[in-house]
Write a protein that binds this ligand. Structure first.
Ligand code: ATP
Length: 720
């Protein structure tokens, strides 16, 4: 059944059976499974010679060939299953050792070709800018070459197929099986580039190691990875962490839980998603993953090794046999992997002595997911506080995001450097930077639209059109199909918009239950409930703030509507990246803008243009015409900063612009909030439906979409 028909006022109530729901969801454009989650398959010009030919072979063929060769993901034999764990572990260790012998590694040219064809750039960054500046005067001019500044490009082994994780990089059989169980077949680009480096840096870097004089990989590497939204970064950071814990537990024959890895994410929603993902990879490994919650505290180090193993993987926190004083204060967490928001962990660390936060000496891996926002002023102190609490000399830090400013890179480098100096490391630790595709573009398989509406009410009307049963998107061809996300600038605006649209979906299609709002003022249980209903396909339109703009993975999302222009280019990339994930096509990103946004919209326009270019779209088909790009004002640095910090002024809570353009204080959210009862609003809504039909016909003739506007026209738009 077509979801638009479900939305039609004349349609019958859909069956609520889960199979019917699944059918609907899988028919949606960006919900189906993508045959290949990779985003880039550039053909690199091939020179003569056998080696290069091999590198230029279709990767798909090679992956297929490799997967056929390898059978280690096959279920264990009955004989194997009956053995006890320690026997299996010993066999595993032997197999791991022999599999290294059998590893077939690519040569330098092959690596380079494959990395390039997948737009992967790997650079070993210089020790840190702080250090560079200090040494500046001593260096000759020749030494100050570009390479010193930008780092050294390296060509590590790419991961061609998941099968190689075991044969070449020796991951545990169980972890390999868990990966296989999840149905992952082809590694995405970020996984191709990062997994070998994180699992076995010496093997991955191979011959390059000799050139990297002061680079030590004995304890692993620090990695900063920038890869498009929805490109599988979570798997890329979880596999190495789970594997390293499995290997260490096996080597020490110690099954007790000791906090070895901390994953920090900016929102509770993302943290809880990571916990769920990690648990899938940990099945049967004995590794415990816990999501940090308010009131939890970390097991004091002295007790971490003495606690009993927890048999229940579901159990998230336990009372330890610590001192009665501590026990009465907070429950204690015993886990191998802790996933947390920065605030929760930082306040747990400083709960007893705020001046001297507790340390986490057993943590060997610190993962900052959405690192740019974690190191942004909003979370910086908390994130750096956690980083500094990880006092283990072998700590490896990995930072992940789809967007990463050079200031964040520098901050990461200098933090690593100063931490090393503080704890007295001999060799200066360095960061490997991995970039997939273009640093500042959205994923290439989304369709972008910019829609101008002269006023706020006009914007609301345009959104209603997208929701309406017979709505067509403004180019008159493609409807915007639910489920979709609608982003607003502030919480009051999200609440107000939700209440405005609550009765727009007819009762026959589920009515107000199909539309929901999610923001940080809601309680945790309500947030969880909304997330679950949206994931299950019960909610079709979710109105939210930037709380859901990063990291959250809803597989079947078909569209993202920026009801309010995002506060920065990065925010646009992350918001629209909720659709078109894992290589799926058909995602649509619609951004409304009004007169108030014109000073800032260039950021978004540039990203759209860059993303379309990156996807190979010819200029003639670009969504934004050149005249528009040229006409849009370029915001100053100051304006950008103000926008990032406060958003568009007229939409801040407490201020709203009326039709007369004057700021009126009575309108809380910058949009009119109705005070009518739901019933009255429903009646009115029915009337509106009829009026909208005729308005729509008029508007279709008005060319409201910017890329269809005539050169000599003013900003075309809905002006009611
Ligand atoms: N190799 C793969 N093959 C197919 N699907 C994959 C693969 N790796 C990850 N995925 C799927 O891709 C989706 C996006 O993954 P993930 O959430 O890790 O993306 P991300 O890069 O972290 O995105 P964001 O930048 O938005 O946080 C998930 O549904 C995940 O299951």
């Amino acid at each position: 059944m077509d979801i638009l028909k479900l939305l039609s006022r004349s349609s019958k109530k859909p069956h609520k059976s889960s199979s019917a729901k699944d059918e609907v969801i899988t028919k949606l454009p960006s919900a189906g499974s993508s045959t290949n989650p990779q985003l880039f398959h550039d053909t690199i010009p091939v020179a003569r010679g056998k080696k290069r030919k091999r590198a230029a072979e279709s990767l798909d063929d090679r992956i297929k060939e490799k997967d056929e060769e390898i059978d280690f993901f096959a279920p264990k034999s009955a004989n194997h299953k009956s053995k006890n764990d320690s026997t299996v572990d010993i066999e595993e260790s032997k197999r791991s050792a022999s599999s290294f012998d059998a590893a077939k590694l690519l040569d330098y040219d092959d690596c380079r070709q494959i990395l390039r064809s997948h737009r992967l750039k790997v650079t070993l960054l210089p020790a840190s800018n702080v250090q560079r500046k200090a040494k500046k005067s001593k260096k000759s001019k020749a030494d100050k070459g570009a390479e010193k500044k930008k780092g050294t490009e390296v060509y590590p082994q790419p991961l061609e197929a998941f099968g190689d994780l075991r044969t070449t990089y020796g991951i545990s059989r169980r972890l390999g099986e868990n990966l296989f169980q999840q149905g992952y077949k082809v590694p995405t680009e970020v996984q191709m580039g990062s997994l070998p480096l994180l699992l076995r840096p010496k093997i991955a870097l191979g011959s390059s190691m000799t050139e990297l004089d002061d680079f030590n990989t004995d304890n692993g590497v620090n990695l900063l990875a920038v890869a498009p939204t929805g490109s599988g970064k979570t798997l890329a950071f979880l596999i190495p962490v789970v594997d390293s814990i499995v290997q260490r537990r096996r080597a020490n024959d110690d099954k007790r839980h000791s906090l070895e890895a901390v994953v920090v994410a900016p929102t509770k929603e993302l943290a809880s998603q990571i916990v769920n993902e990690a648990k899938k990879f940990c099945v049967g490994t004995g590794i415990k993953v816990v999501g940090m919650r308010k009131g939890m505290s970390i097991v004091p180090e002295s007790n971490s090794g003495t606690t009993q193993d927890s048999s229940s993987e579901e159990e998230e926190s336990e009372l330890d046999d610590a001192t009665p004083k501590l026990k009465s204060l907070l429950p204690l967490v015993r886990t191998d992997i802790l996933v947390t928001t920065p605030g929760l962990l930082q306040s747990a660390l400083s709960s007893t002595m705020p001046e001297h936060p507790a340390s986490l000496p057993s943590v060997r891996t610190l993962i900052l997911d959405e690192a740019d926002v974690l190191l942004d002023p909003l979370f910086r102190d908390q994130s750096l506080g956690i980083w500094n609490s990880c006092t283990n000399t072998e700590l490896c830090v990995t930072l992940w995001s789809a967007t990463m400013g050079s200031n964040i890179e520098e901050l990461a480098s200098s933090t690593i450097q100063s931490r090393a100096t503080r704890i007295g490391l001999q060799l200066s630790p360095r960061i490997i930077r991995l970039i997939v595709g273009l640093k500042d573009s959205a994923i290439p398989n989304i369709t972008h639209k910019l829609i101008y509406a002269a006023t706020e009410p006009g914007k609301l009307l345009a959104l209603r059109q997208l929701l309406h049963p017979t709505a067509r998107s403004t180019d008159g061809t493609q409807p915007l199909r639910p489920p979709f996300l609608v982003f607003t600038q502030t919480i009051p605006r999200a609440i107000a918009l939700h209440s405005e649209l609550l009765y727009d979906i007819p009762a026959s299609a589920g009515g107000s239950s199909r539309i929901a709002v999610l923001h940080s003022d809601l309680s945790d249980p309500v947030r969880n409930q909304v997330m679950t209903r949206f994931r299950n396909g019960e909610v079709w339109v979710l109105i939210t703030t930037d709380i859901l703009s990063r990291g959250v993975d809803f597989r079947g999302i078909n569209g993202v509507v920026n009801y309010d222009v995002p506060n920065s280019g990065a925010a646009y990339i992350h918001r629209v990246g909720r659709t078109g994930r894992a290589g799926r096509d058909g995602g649509m990103a619609i951004t409304f803008y009004t007169k108030d946004d014109i000073p800032y919209i260039k950021n978004v326009a540039n990203i759209i243009t860059a993303s379309e270019k990156a996807s190979g779209m010819p200029e003639s088909e670009a969504s934004l015409q050149k005249w528009l790009l040229d006409a849009l004002p370029t915001p100053s640095k100051k304006e950008k900063k103000m926008l990032k910090m406060h958003g568009v002024e007229s939409r801040r809570a407490g201020l709203g612009k009326g039709k007369d353009g004057k700021v009126s204080k009575g309108k809380k959210s910058g949009m009119q909030i109705s005070t009518k009862s739901g019933y009255e609003r429903r009646l009115e809504n029915n009337r509106k439906g009829a009026i909208m039909g005729s308005k729509r016909r008029m508007q279709n003739e008005m060319s409201i979409e910017v890329d269809r506007a005539d050169d000599d026209s003013e900003w075309g738009g809905i002006d009611d």
